[in-house]
Structure formats: structure tokens, C-alpha cells
Design a protein around this ligand. Structure first.
Ligand code: NAP
Length: 517
């Protein structure tokens, strides 16, 4: 099983030991980053493995490899020697591993290390891309029992795909493979599937600590949110694709349900600048289903073999699943994945709003919609079905018109001219743009509008729980609803569509509680 390693980047030995205690039940080993220690602390590194009580990697990372060590190679080798000197017969008291970069030549030290049972991790770091990763893994090891380590920076999901392919080509080798940065999170979670000896984690709650590598997450997150300990070769993969995907609660929802229901599956965010790259990766990793979010809810439709009525009506799709591989009989023809799609924003929205209003439909309701994107399409199609009347306002008024024309609704830009029309459409106001979403929580999609207090106001955003827009509505005396209830309801339908089983309703209160935290 792939192990979890905690990277220790504190200035002192005692703080590093505190971090091991904090995460002990989540980690298998630690990496002491001597390059982060204050100089006086270097005297005490030799006894660190004994104090830690778990296997420890000794690492002194140079600046060029992403570390903080600025002195010359002579002093680095001297410091490495200090950490590895006077090996004890009880190997638990020695460093279990030492990380030596590919270009470091210290045969004497390496021989001594091997003699006393410390294993060498031969490492290569690339912060600009992935390079020729397979060749690199194959060339790194100098003698048989070294562990090759490649830590690379994928620039997109196509690079991530190359990492998985390379891992299969070097299947028989003991190695550590890390995809760093925005696109690499899945490689950290799927370390077992990658055949990586370990996955690195770090303390992320202490802003004083320097980061050990871009994209590392906390051991608790890796274990509890991403089910690291349960992932094996057969585990089914699900996920969410979008960009930038900085806020997504779906992994928390799905992975909690998978854990409680003992389903052998994991759910991972896949930030993607290119939807095709995600679909190619999905095929390679055998991803069985996914949520689709900004900006791909419309673009995904052309990739689907069949769509539900809700996608046809809304013109947007937020959920895809595969029934299995499309097998073609002609030799040499590419085998490609079939995707079917549905839209669960529609039902999630309707159930949430009608329950809030305690109504069965929206007959006689005059409603303003702010935005004309994917979510707005789902919302408007439902309002039409529920017999409401809409005014659609969008920054780009042409898009508002296109959407409104499908239903014979009124439309306009987000400008002062819209204010008069809004007076006639103010029973309910529904905010569907991402404006005000975390991290840009000070933004307001329509500052010109002043609430009169009689409107019911729904904002589809759920993080933060109250956007500036909702706060203004509340201050004016309006009834307000955020997007959290809709999120959970649409996730419930999405889960049922993708997994083909009932969503465990009894988990909803607990999920709601933990998401609101
Ligand atoms: P989208 O398809 O990218 O649509 C974005 C819409 O927002 C467009 O109408 C766009 O106007 C408008 N917009 C973007 N930036 C703007 C700005 N700075 N000022 C004014 N308008 C701006 O996104 P989406 O999929 O519809 O999602 C929108 C929001 O709904 C997101 O925050 C998402 O998290 C939320 N959502 C919540 C749920 C839930 O379950 N609670 C479900 C779905 C979506 P232009 O046309 O002028 O570019």
C-alpha cells in the first residue's frame, strides 16, 4: 500500500516533533527537511528518527530543487553525513531513507548509507513541466535498491495523463511519483493506483511554515476527505470537472457517502483548462461519472451520446456518466468512451425553492433572473415548467435575449434601464452568476438595485453562505435563501443518476452541518 509521508518544514526540531504528534494516526512516515531548520538545530538531527518513532527521510533540499538550502555542496554533504553518522544496530534509531538528488555524487557517503540499511531515494524535480518522465524514472536509480522519485509540474490534464501512462510503463519499479501544483492533486490521492511508494503531505494550518511543495494537502484531508487508505487498484473513480474549481463541496459530499455506505469509490476534483484533456484522462483512469461545472456545462453536450430531457430543455448539462466502453469491431479503431448526460440543477433548484416558499408551482409569480449562464438556463427552464414569468438580466444582454426568447420572457442588461422593468418582476429575485463567490466575496452582481424588502431573494452561491447581495437583501427585510440546500438536493439526484442507487437521506443533516462549517 502507498504510504503517507508528512513533510516537516518547521524551524526547530521540537516543532517538527509536535507536528508528528498532531498527525501521528494519519501518517506512516515523515521527511525531515533540514534545509528549513535554523542553523543551531542542525546539531540535533542525528537523533530525530528515534524521537519521531516512525521511519524518517533525511532531506536537505537546495533552492534550485524547490528547497531553502543556500550554502555550497560541501556543507550539504557534511550535514548529510552528520545526520547519517554513528548508525545504531537498532535501525529504528537511524534515518530509514535519505533523499539524494540525481546529480549528487558522493560515492563514499552512499556506500556507508547502504551498509547500515538506510535506503536512498534518488530524486528529480521539475517545476516547469513533466519532461521525459518515463526515461527519467528508468534512468534515476544507480543501483537496484534505490527508490526513484520524480516530482514534476503538470501544466494541464494532458500532462497528468502522461504521468499515469508513464507509471504503467515503469510498473515493476519501486518509485515515488508526484504531480505537483493545481493539476496534480489527483496523483497525490491516487498514489496507490499510480504505483507510487508514498504520497507527500504537509501541515497546511500553520501560515508560519514554508510550503514544502506546490499542491500538497494535509494528511487529514488526504485520509478523511479523499479516502486515501481505502483506495486500491479496483476502486472506482468519480469526480468533478471545471475551472478554476477553487470552491467545490462535491468531494466532501460524495466521499462521505462512499465511506458511510462502504462503496469502493473515490471522488476527486479535476480542474481542467481543456475539456478534451479531461475526457481523455477520464477514459484512461476509467472515471465512471462526473459532475460538470463552470465553464463546461454547455460545451460538454457535444461530447455526449445521449442526453436526458432536462439537458435538452435547459441546454446545459451538469452530470455525465458512462455505461461502459464502446467496443468497436474493426481492428485498430480507437476505443472511446460513451458518455450520457443529465441536468440535476433543475430538480435541485425546484425542490429547494418550492420547499422554501411552501408552494407547488410558481403560477402568478413575477421573477427576475440575474445571469444567463449554465445555472440560469436550468433555473429558467424550471420556472417555465412551473408557470412563473421571468425577466432575465445579464451583463451580456445578447445572451439574456437568447435565453429569454426560448420562453417568450422579458430580458435586459444589468444596467439602470433594467431597474424599471424589475419593479414589475420583483416577487422573487434569483441570482445565478458566480459574482460574490469565494474568494471574491466583496463583489455584488447588481449594486444598482435597491431591495424594497418585499422580494424573496435566492442566491445560487453557497460559499460564502451569505453573499454581499444576500446580505443587502436581508438588511432590507427580504426573505433569503442561499444555494446550499439546492446543492445538496442536486447532488442527491446526481448521485442517484451516476451510481444507480438511492442517496442515503439520513446523512443529509450531518452533511449539511459539516458543509456549513
Ligand atoms: P456560467 O455558465 O459560467 O455563467 C456565468 C454567468 O454569470 C453568465 O451569465 C455571466 O455573464 C455572469 N457573470 C460572470 N461574471 C460576471 C460579472 N463579473 N458580472 C456580471 N455577470 C457575470 O456559470 P454557472 O454554471 O451558471 O454558475 C453560476 C453560479 O451558480 C456559480 O457560482 C455556481 O457555483 C452556482 N451554482 C450553484 C448551484 C447550486 O447547487 N447551489 C448549482 C449550479 C450553479 P456573461 O454572459 O455576461 O459572461
Amino acid at each position: 500500500m502507498s504510504k503517507i509521508c508528512l513533510c516537516l518544514t518547521a524551524k526547530t526540531i521540537s516543532r517538527n516533533l509536535e507536528l508528528i504528534e498532531k498527525y501521528r494516526k494519519y501518517i506512516d512516515m515523515a521527511e525531515l527537511r533540514v534545509d528549513c531548520l535554523e542553523p543551531d538545530e542542525n546539531f540535533y538531527i542525528r537523533h530525530f528518527p528515534q524521537q519521531a518513532g516512525i521511519p524518517v527521510i533525511l532531506t536537505i533540499r537546495r533552492k534550485q530543487d524547490g528547497g531553502f538550502f543556500l550554502s555550497g555542496e560541501g556543507s550539504r554533504v557534511a550535514l548529510l553525513s552528520r545526520g547519517l553518522a554513528f548508525a545504531e544496530a537498532d535501525k529504528r534509531f537511524n534515518f530509514a531513507y535519505v533523499d539524494l538528488e540525481e546529480d549528487l555524487e558522493v560515492p563514499g557517503l552512499e556506500e556507508a548509507v547502504r551498509t547500515f540499511g538506510t535506503r536512498i531515494i534518488r530524486s528529480y524535480h521539475n517545476f516547469d513541466g513533466i519532461g521525459k518522465i518515463t526515461e527519467k524514472v528508468k534512468a534515476l536509480r544507480r543501483i537496484g535498491d534505490e527508490i526513484a522519485k520524480v516530482a514534476v509540474m503538470p501544466q494541464n490534464l494532458n500532462d497528468v495523463l502522461a504521468i499515469y501512462r508513464s507509471s504503467r510503463e515503469t510498473r515493476e519499479m519501486e518509485k515515488i511519483v508526484v504531480g505537483m501544483g493545481t493539476y496534480g492533486l489527483n496523483t497525490r490521492v491516487l498514489s496507490e493506483k499510480l504505483g507510487s511508494f508514498l504520497s507527500y503531505t504537509s501541515e497546511t494550518e500553520d501560515p508560519e511554515l514554508p510550503s514544502s511543495a506546490p499542491g500538497q494537502i494535509n494528511p487529514v484531508e488526504l485520509v478523511e476527505k479523499y479516502r486515501f487508505r481505502d483506495i486500491n487498484a479496483a476502486t472506482n473513480i468519480y469526480g468533478v470537472v471545471g475551472f478554476p474549481l477553487t470552491t467545490t463541496f462535491s468531494p466532501k459530499i460524495y466521499n462521505t457517502v462512499f465511506s458511510r455506505e462502504k462503496i469502493d469509490a473515490v471522488y476527486i476534483p479535476f480542474p481542467a483548462r481543456n475539456l478534451n484533456y479531461f475526457l481523455e484522462l477520464a477514459e484512461d483512469l476509467n472515471i465512471m461519472g462526473a459532475a460538470v461545472t463552470i465553464p463546461y456545462k454547455e460545451e460538454i453536450i457535444e461530447h455526449l451520446s445521449s442526453v436526458s430531457n432536462s439537458v435538452q430543455v435547459a441546454g446545459a448539462c451538469n452530470t455525465i456518466k458512462t455505461p461502459g466502453k464502446l467496443t468497436r469491431s474493426l481492428p485498430g479503431e480507437t476505443v472511446s468512451r460513451v458518455w450520457n448526460g443529465t441536468n440535476t440543477d433543475t430538480l435541485g433548484f425546484t425542490e429547494s425553492l418550492l420547499r422554501f416558499l411552501d408552494r407547488k408551482n410558481l403560477r402568478s409569480q413575477k421573477i427576475t433572473i440575474i445571469g444567463a449562464g449554465g445555472a440560469a438556463r436550468a433555473v429558467v427552464s424550471e420556472i417555465f415548467r412551473l408557470k412563473g414569468k421571468c425577466l432575465i438580466l445579464n451583463r451580456n444582454a445578447v445572451r439574456a435575449r437568447e435565453l429569454a426568447m426560448n420562453y417568450g420572457y422579458a430580458w435586459g442588461g444589468l444596467d439602470s434601464q433594467a431597474l424599471d422593468s424589475m419593479e414589475r418582476y420583483s416577487d422573487i429575485i434569483i441570482q445565478t452568476t458566480p459574482v460574490g463567490n469565494s474568494p471574491d466575496t466583496d463583489d455584488d452582481p447588481f449594486e444598482l438595485y435597491h431591495f424594497n424588502g418585499h422580494e424573496t431573494v435566492m442566491d445560487l452561491i453557497y460559499n460564502p453562505p451569505q453573499t454581499v447581495f444576500l446580505k443587502r437583501a436581508m438588511a432590507a427585510g427580504c426573505r433569503v435563501l442561499n444555494g446550499m440546500d439546492m446543492l445538496l438536493r442536486q447532488a442527491q439526484h446526481q448521485y442517484e443518476y451516476i451510481l444507480g442507487r438511492d442517496f442515503p437521506e439520513q446523512l443529509i443533516p450531518a452533511l449539511l452541518g459539516s458543509l456549513q462549517k
